[in-house]
Unconditional design. Structure first.
Length: 411
């Protein structure tokens, strides 16, 4: 009832204004004064535009952003709202005026007479400290099975990136980039390239979102064959660097994706039947749990212990570590075996170890294990032809796979 009454009063006032307004009532109509509602940090991220605005109570505004490849940082200006129109005037003369709508404490939208619309979201907290640390993503926007990124956001603004990145065909370790956080946007700059527009991403951090710890959700825009698309990816906070003095780990579970089989028929891995046409993560549970598979990670080698067909087998493998990329030099003792390049990372408390393999790593690793097992059982010799046959058999049945093995520390 109060809302109806208020509406009727406003309607009558408006009618009187139209009927009798003259030079005596020459005034500007202001529906609401939202000056106080604008105070704070606001961010906008669109396909070709990103901006962070910091607005103070005295009507001053500081802008940082990217538009059509051009970058600006900490540009001073003023902002005011009048007649439901917002006007921003900046010292670089790149001004803006448009119709204004706001949901206080949540978001506001401005759009100009040409119909260009910008929506800014309110940032209640400063996220600069939240992003600091090491994060891993195994579901990169490219969707490629072998792509994986580990990013180390250091407190001094340095950013170290390890992994396979979209549009790059090789593993990279990038240690010469920096980053800055503006509200809930972070911008990545290349070394000596401040005149080049940075990459911009929107993010939020959820503390203890999973049993593995903190999760960060990152949204950005990427170029694809179908044009520029919005992409969102999940990131898990992990231990900064590998801890080599942790307790041994026992196999716990596996996660697989992007599986594509070759021949639709069973084949053996350590005596267990697999068919890549319908393989499931549970198949690896049966394999590793029954074989009592354990790993012990040391600074320059990794020891693997397992039981294959009733035979206890221990392998001490030299390793090299580059970022979170770990190369298993399985060919050191036997040059006929293949080296394996994989990623390893631990959760924040080092109570879990993840071994992440893409297709080539998976084939080489399990073909190596199969060769060792068959040789222990006396089923094959050590000739190159016999060993090559094992690799060929594995490759024929696995066209693509993306797998992460999770090990838990043994108490």
């Amino acid at each position: 009832m109060k809302k109806i009454l208020k509406f009727m009063i406003l309607a009558l006032v408006a009618m009187c204004g139209f009927a009798s307004c003259s030079e005596e009532c020459d005034h500007k109509f202001i529906a609401d004064d939202h000056s106080a509602d604008l105070v704070g940090t606001w961010t906008c991220l669109q396909a070709d535009f990103a901006e962070a605005l910091v607005i103070s109570a005295d009507g001053k505004v500081v802008s940082t952003g990217v538009a059509f490849g051009e970058y600006w940082e900490n540009v001073q200006g003023t902002v005011k709202v009048e007649n439901n129109r917002l006007t921003m005037i900046f010292e670089d003369h790149d001004n803006y005026e448009g119709h204004f709508d706001i949901i206080p404490g949540m978001a506001f939208t401005v759009y100009n007479d040409e119909g260009r619309r910008f929506t800014y979201n309110y940032c209640k907290e400063d996220l600069s400290d939240e992003i600091v640390g090491m994060w891993v993503c195994t579901q990169t926007p490219s969707g490629k099975a072998e792509d994986m990124l580990i990013q180390d956001f250091q407190k001094d603004g340095k950013l170290i990136t390890t992994g396979k990145v979209p549009e790059v065909d090789d593993f990279v370790v990038v240690g010469n980039s920096t980053y800055k956080v503006f509200g809930d946007l972070y911008m990545i700059y290349g070394e000596g390239e401040r005149e080049v527009a940075p990459l911009v991403f929107k993010f939020n951090v959820a503390s203890n979102a999973t049993g593995l710890g903190d999760m960060m959700t990152v949204t950005g825009f990427m170029q694809t064959e179908n044009g520029v698309v919005e992409a969102t990816s999940p990131w898990l906070r992990i231990k900064e660097g590998l801890s080599f003095n942790a307790k041994p780990y026992a196999y716990n579970t596996a996660y697989i994706s992007n599986v594509k089989g070759g021949k639709d028929e069973d084949f053996s891995i350590l005596g267990h039947p697999f068919n890549m046409a319908n393989v499931k993560a549970g198949d690896f549970d049966m394999l590793f749990h029954s074989e009592l598979f354990c790993v012990d990670l040391k600074e320059n080698h990794i020891k693997q212990l397992f039981r294959a067909n009733g035979q206890d087998i221990a392998i001490d493998i030299p390793i090299t570590v580059e970022g979170n990329k770990v190369t298993l030099h399985m060919g050191t003792e036997d040059t006929k075996l293949q080296d394996v390049e994989m990623y390893m990372f631990q959760d924040a408390d080092a109570c879990q170890l993840h071994m992440y393999m893409h297709t080539d790593a998976f084939i080489n690793y399990f073909a190596n294990m199969e060769v060792i097992s068959l040789q222990v059982e006396g089923k094959i010799g050590s000739t190159q032809a016999e060993i090559d046959a094992v690799y060929a058999n594995m490759k024929a049945r696995i066209e693509a796979i993306n797998v992460s093995f999770v090990f838990k520390a043994i108490k």
